[in-house]
Structures are given as structure tokens and as C-alpha cells.
Ligand binder design. Structure first.
Ligand SMILES: [Zn+2]
Length: 339
């Protein structure tokens, strides 16, 4: 029996990267499903030969199993409509690898430290004013100038959040985040080519990191809170309230879309939330937008979605030798190419 270091949760991550169940992996390496379950729970430890077999079967370096791992909760997934569990777990496992990479980049002085403010909401029924205030505080903490956020992805990276893009359609989510304490990871869908929506997704995930961190209480409530945070961060009330139309004024809304770099849908919602538009006017606008097909594809596209840069610059430079020994190369390549 070998005595190689073995971090039990790495086995689960490696297995999820390969989209294998415990039983499937057991069959491939010739051990019982119960043994896999025990290795993952820490009830038993695999010997060096078994670790070598995992390495070959799962296509990760043996060093991968030796790396310390930080666990966090399952992630704030925005939709659980269909069962896309294996795809979702794989996306989550890739986020773990991205966090590992950021660790190497940070050690090389190539990735900023995490300084996302944690401003927890008071609870499930926190009022809209509270969320607005917290979003304002986050803007202030990061010394954001008035006006639109120039680039949401860059803002996140500047403050130590890893942002990656993955095709998430099969995982049935638009975006999700994992609040690792050293480098939180935000995963944005690579399949939607919509800059406005992608910016909102990024701001929404930041909302989870600021408001919720490791806390989850009820999916619906936290989703609404993260949405309100995103709207308040991207469209500060005191700046936008008097710009928003009180009627369904499309030319004005187009102009605001271009300036604030948010969708028409987000502007309409903001107009209703801030009391500029009555419920009736809002519904009229939504109906008109639907009739024109704008709920699917909005007019006035804002161009390419924002792209993560910092981690990719580090990768381009050639991943450090240590990272190559520890990380699954095909996953790293995937992270680099999806962006
Ligand atoms: Zn969410």
C-alpha cells in the first residue's frame, strides 16, 4: 500500500469532471461501488496503485488528488427546472479547477486578492431599500464612479473573483457562483450571445457573494434579492430614477439601454420598481415587447459579451510547471478556449 497524500473530495471532483457515477467509476477501475463511496467520504483511503488507476481513468494527474481543496456549498443555481444534474456537477467541478488556477496565478502575483465586501442581508424578507443600500455600499467600497459600470467581468476580476465562461445550456442554468473564500468563482454561460444579459448575470452572481456568501435559505428569495442587487448596482436609483420614462417611450428606453448597457427588460423592471411606471404601463410595455419578439431577442444589441481576461493572460504565459503537474490539462484548455 502506498501512502500518497489523498484529498478525498478531489476524487469526487475528478469523477464529476468525467461525468461518471460512483458505480461507473468502480466498474472502470475494478473496485466495488462501496469502495468509491468510502474513498469519497473518507471512511477508507485508496492505495497508490488505485490512485494511479483513478488518474488514468479520469484523465487527471495523480498530483491532482494530493492538492488541498476548499469546499463550499452547492452553488446558487438559478434554475432547477430540468434534471441536468451531471452537467451541473461537471460545471461545478470545472469551477473548482478554475479556483485552483487562480491560486497559482495569485501566487505568481498575477491575480488580485479577493476583496468582495460581505454585507449580509438581514434575512429572507429583507426589503427593497435594504438591498438598494447594500448595492450602494458595494459601489462605494470599490470606489466606483457614478454612471454605468464600465465592464462587469473586469470589475469582478479586479477584485479577485474568478470569472469563466462555459456552455451551460445542458446544465439548465444561465450562470452560477461558488463563494470560495480565497477566490470566489462566477461561471457565466457561453451560449448566450447577449452582452446586456451577461452583464446582469455577472452582477446577479456578485449579489450572491455580497449578500449571501455561504448562506442559503430558500432559493426563490435569494434569487429575487440577487436580482434586485444587480439592478441597483448597474442602475443606481438616485442616478437613473429621473431618466426613466413614465410612459412606454421606446426611443428613450433605447437611449438608456445604450448608455447603461442593460437590457430593455431590465430598464422596464427598474422603472416599475422605482415607481416611475405604473403596473399597467409596465404590463403594456411587456406585451408590446412580446408581440415584436423582443422578449427573445432584443433590438439594439450591445455587441460581444464581456470576456474574462486575467486568468487567460496567465494561461497564455504558460501555466506554471507546478500547475501542469496538478491540474487536468484538457479542463484547463477548455477554460481557456470557452472564453
Ligand atoms: Zn442566483
Amino acid at each position: 500500500m502506498g501512502t500518497a497524500t489523498f484529498e478525498r473530495e478531489r476524487l469526487r471532483v475528478a469523477r464529476e469532471l468525467a461525468k461518471l457515477s460512483q458505480t461507473q467509476l468502480a466498474g472502470k477501475v475494478g473496485v466495488s461501488p462501496a469502495a468509491i463511496s468510502q474513498f469519497e467520504s473518507g471512511a477508507a483511503r485508496p492505495g497508490a496503485a488505485t490512485i494511479a488507476s483513478f488518474s488514468t481513468t479520469l484523465n487527471v494527474p495523480t498530483g491532482f488528488f494530493a492538492e488541498p481543496i476548499t469546499e463550499t456549498h452547492e452553488g446558487f443555481f438559478r434554475s432547477l427546472r430540468r434534471t441536468a444534474v451531471a452537467d451541473r456537477r461537471r460545471a461545478r467541478a470545472i469551477a473548482h479547477v478554475a479556483r485552483d488556477l487562480a491560486g497559482y496565478a495569485a501566487a505568481a502575483g498575477r491575480f488580485p486578492a479577493n476583496d468582495v465586501p460581505r454585507i449580509p442581508v438581514s434575512g429572507l424578507d429583507a426589503g427593497i431599500d435594504e438591498i438598494e443600500r447594500i448595492a450602494g455600499q458595494a459601489r462605494k467600497t470599490w470606489k466606483l464612479p457614478a454612471g454605468p459600470v464600465n465592464n462587469v467581468v473586469d470589475l469582478l476580476e479586479q477584485h479577485g473573483v474568478v470569472v469563466i465562461r462555459l456552455p451551460l445550456g445542458s446544465a439548465d442554468v444561465d450562470a452560477f457562483s461558488l463563494p470560495f473564500p480565497d477566490h470566489p468563482v462566477v461561471v457565466l454561460g457561453a451560449d448566450k450571445n447577449d452582452r446586456a444579459r451577461s452583464r446582469f448575470d455577472g452582477a446577479h452572481e456578485l449579489g450572491h457573494l455580497v449578500l449571501h456568501g455561504e448562506q442559503i435559505w430558500g432559493v426563490k428569495a435569494v434569487e429575487n434579492q440577487a436580482h434586485r442587487f444587480a439592478a441597483a448596482l448597474l442602475m443606481p436609483a438616485e442616478e437613473i430614477v429621473n431618466q426613466l420614462p413614465t410612459t412606454v417611450d421606446w426611443p428613450k428606453l433605447f437611449e438608456l439601454k445604450r448608455y447603461w448597457q442593460v437590457s430593455l427588460a431590465a430598464l422596464l423592471m427598474r422603472a416599475r420598481t422605482l415607481g416611475r411606471m405604473s403596473e399597467n404601463t409596465y404590463l403594456t410595455a411587456i406585451k408590446a415587447a412580446s408581440a415584436r419578439g423582443w422578449r427573445r431577442v432584443e433590438p439594439l444589441p450591445l455587441g460581444e459579451p464581456e470576456q474574462p481576461q486575467r486568468l487567460l493572460d496567465f494561461l497564455d504565459d504558460s501555466v506554471s510547471r507546478e500547475a501542469r503537474r496538478q491540474l487536468p490539462v484538457h479542463i484547463v484548455a477548455g477554460i481557456a478556449s470557452a472564453a
